[in-house]
Design a protein around this ligand. Sequence first.
Ligand code: DLZ
Length: 536
Amino acid sequence: MPGTLRFVLGDQLSPGLSSLRGLDKAADTVLMAEVWDEATYVRHHPKKIAFLFSAMRHFAEDLRRQGVRVDYVRLDQPGNTGSFRGELLRAVERHRPDRVAVTFPGEWRVWEDMRGWGDVCGLPVEIAEDTRFFCPPERFRAHAQGRKQLRMEFFYREMRREHGILLDPDGEPEGGQWNFDAENRKSLPRGQPVPPRFTVAPDAMTAEVLDLVRRRFGNHFGDLEPFGFAVTAADAEAAFEHFVRHALPLFGDYQDAMAMGQDTLFHSVIGQYLNCGLLDPRAVCRRVETEYRAGRVPLNAAEGYIRQVLGWREYVRGIYWLKMPDYARTNHLGAHRPLPDLYWTGETPLRCLAEVVGQTRREAYAHHIQRLMVTGNFALLLGVEPAQVEEWYLAVYADAYEWVELPNVHGMVMHADGGYLGSKPYAASGKYIDRMSDYCGRCSFDVARTSGPDACPMNYLYWNFLIENEGKLRGNPRMGMIYKTLDKMAPAKRDGFRADSARFLENLYGTGSVTKPALSSPDLFAAGTTRHQEDA
Ligand code: DLZ
């Protein structure tokens, strides 16, 4: 009896997935496939590949236990074509279904391909909305309608009201304000105990995947072992519960803090589970609200956490689907330099960067402030071409899929969208990193110095960034104060920052790179030149 072929992708591991609705166990087949193209279109961290393959295999096993027929294609299976399209065509040959059902994918690249699947297999392909998010794309479109710039805060308030989260009985924000971020910027006191890490020992299925990934992807950046990720919904749930019990109460206070040797601090480390479907964002938000209402978690922690899941996560997804594919092509600041090797080697005398890249290599994880204010800030200050920074983030983090990675890096980190997503670039000097971490105390550069060979490079690069991008940034109302400071600066001091930066860039890239033209920048010829272009 011909039935429906239901193709479940690697980041769609949710029992309530829209493409599984109405599944007929007698007639339908679920297709899942490990494919070379997905594992290599960027060179994903081996931990990320192993996590996803093992989670996929466990998900398939779960379906089988429930009596569902699953056709699971392993990476090394003879005949594996290496692509979604190829595996769909082979499965259509095997099962002769009368239609195909899929859930809307998480990346534009896959969406473009998916739109052609019906034609190539000669069957109706039904693409169902991904209902695992709070905000459907058309709801976001309505929010964005008529606005030249978007702000997460206003979107977030709409989501809180619409979904009834953290509201008082009058429908107003719990605690009288929407956002408690001002309370969430503490550095970690010396001696502050941090929660134990949650890890899961690999079972036999994961061990088999680790062996495969070691053989096939051992040359990708990153350590495969020790491997401690959860790979089932039950273990992901346990990881989240561990966070709720041990870390959530202080999550708010220390969410921006960084500390040597402390990879996770009070963070939940559940992004990889949420983004592949092992955890449900609605359940996560409800659970955090319950802890607050039970008096076990302060409001600054509960609100700060919920804002990440209900606010930021949904906001960046909304922007991605609203603005792609053009969004990825903008380069507002005309940034053109290559990504320095240190992002892959971790070899740098800047202790903050060495620490975060080293942790990323070990864990396929760094927390938000490490990503934004250390590796991100440095790439922004250097003027690295956005696409190269984006590829790095997409490859190295276990939670990274383009819908979430691209707006975060392109818009928030690199300001490449000219301020559509966020109001100003998150550029910072070494002072910020020093305030929020203990990295600078162990660095061979001196964070208290702003110029000269011993000075923290983030300090003079910060001023250099403002000077280079003056034409684009001076008019930004949120940058007014800093440009006033720059205006008051003695010309010799300004020149010193320029000279220190030029020396640093030449050391980093070699002679000649400092004035390399931004050939790949579509914005280069747009109205308004940057100081950098004038200088070049
Ligand atoms: C990230 C990833 C990797 C590494 N491998 C696979 C795979 O072999 N099979 C699969 O179905 N999905 C994989 N994924 C996740 C996909 O890249 C993801 O589903 C698409 O990018 C759409 O979001």
